[in-house]
Structure formats: C-alpha cells, structure tokens
Design a binder for this molecule. Structure first.
Ligand code: URA
Length: 240
C-alpha cells in the first residue's frame, strides 16, 4: 500500500515524521535508487527499496516500547562525548534500535520510555499530550511553606514562567523529601525550579510517567509496555 514517505520513515523508527520531512528535503532519502526531495511523495514499504542516508529500511520494523528504571550514572542520550555509559547499554536482547523519550540527568534516576516509534515519542514530548511526570526529590535544606507555594504557582526559567504544578512533602528532616508533578519537560527543570527558591536538589528520582510507575522495576531493570499501556499513552490528552 502506498504511504507518504515521512510516515514510512517514522514507522521504521528512524525518526519523527517532522524530522523525516526535513531529511526528504535535504535529499537524504531515495526510493528504488532515485533521490526523492518532494514532500508528499509516496512509496510502498512492502515493495519499494527505500533508503535513508544510503541505508535500506527493513520492511516492517516492529515498534518496541520499553519502560526503563534508569540508575544514577548513565546518560540518557544515544552517545556521550565524555564516553559515560548510556541508557542504551542497559537494553539487551532487543534487535530494533530504540531511543530514549526525553532526558533524565546523569545524576538522576527513575523512569524513562524507550521506543522506535518516532510519532509516539514526539507526541509524549509535545505540549498537546501534557503527560504528567512525578519526581521524588531530596533537598539540601528545609524550604518555607511560602517557597513551596511559589513553586506551585510557577517560577521564571529562561524568561518564561513554569506551568502550575503540584508539590507535596514526603519526609521531614534536615534534608527533606518532596514529590513534584510537572506537565512540562524543560531542561533540568526540577533542579532549576528548586534552585530558584534557594533549595538545591541532592537526589532526584522520576517515579511516575502518566499512569506508569516504577513498581516492581529496580534500578537498571526494564520491561516491555503492554499493548493496553501503549494505547493509553497514544490517547493521552491534556492534564487529568
Ligand atoms: N528535571 C531535572 O532537573 N532533572 C531531570 O533529570 C529531570 C527533570
């Protein structure tokens, strides 16, 4: 069946549809040995030989959806100029190439989704989905109630106010634990938000993405998402 080239490339897990369009415009895609630079071009993934940067797309790449509990000490990029271990080194026995959806800092731990489904990855990262992510953080010191209220109503990072969020105490002490739930994923957002109120984060763990929790998943472990979980993520819309 004829399909738009960008859809075929995204379905093969190479990249998102939007980036696939860019690749087509850049002349990096060919169909049956002919370069295609026209957006809207179609091909049949079952019959045509489609190449991206010279590499043949395998016919029906199966989508894979994994939930990983990232330990501290791994980068969440595909490669690292400093040669630190990447989360991909924790993925074994999966023949498809998967990519992390979003980032968790080297010093942070917790849940990450890895997939070769570029469309779902893009959707989960977009504002349209507003997927809530919940973190447990240990602070350097004790914040005042007013400071927590400030976080909840939003602080300015890079000239833009953060969306309202929920923060609740988890454990008291000189270095208390808090839970924070965000519907955005800006660069180092949790750490920078607490820094804004003068309370550096000393430990950070992502414990929930939408309805997915780390229950039964020890650091370094991963599992496949069920079909029902994938469907629920695909249909996730807005804050709930
Ligand atoms: N916010 C951060 O500051 N770090 C993370 O790893 C995730 C969210």
């Amino acid at each position: 069946m004829q399909q738009r080239l960008q859809k075929i490339i995204a379905d093969a897990g190479i990249t998102s549809r939007r980036k696939a369009e860019q690749m087509i415009l850049e002349g990096r895609v060919s169909v049956n040995a002919e370069a295609v630079t026209q957006l809207g071009s179609k091909a049949d993934p079952e019959r045509d030989h489609i190449r991206v940067d010279g590499r043949l797309l395998s016919r029906a790449t199966q989508h894979v959806y994994l939930l990983l509990n990232k330990p501290v000490g791994y980068v969440s990029t595909v490669s690292d100029p400093q040669r630190r271990p990447t989360v991909l080194s924790l993925v074994r026995g999966i023949k498809q190439r998967v990519y992390p959806v979003g980032r968790l800092d080297y010093h942070s731990s917790g849940l990450m989704i890895l997939t070769n489904d570029g469309d779902l990855a893009n959707y989960l990262m977009s504002r349209a989905s507003s997927v809530p992510r919940t973190y447990h953080v240990k602070l350097q010191g004790r914040p005042e109630a007013g400071e927590i209220a400030k976080l909840e109503s939003g602080v300015v990072l890079d000239g833009r106010r953060t969306a309202p969020c929920q923060v609740r105490p988890l454990a008291e002490g000189d270095k208390p634990w808090y839970e924070i739930t965000l519907v955005e994923g800006r660069y180092h957002q949790v750490r920078r938000m607490f820094e804004r109120i003068g309370q550096p984060v000393v430990k950070l763990r992502r414990v929930r993405i939408a309805f997915l929790t780390d229950r039964g998943l020890r650091p370094g472990e991963l599992r496949h998402l069920t079909r029902a979980e994938v469907e629920r993520l695909k249909n996730w819309k807005g804050a709930r």
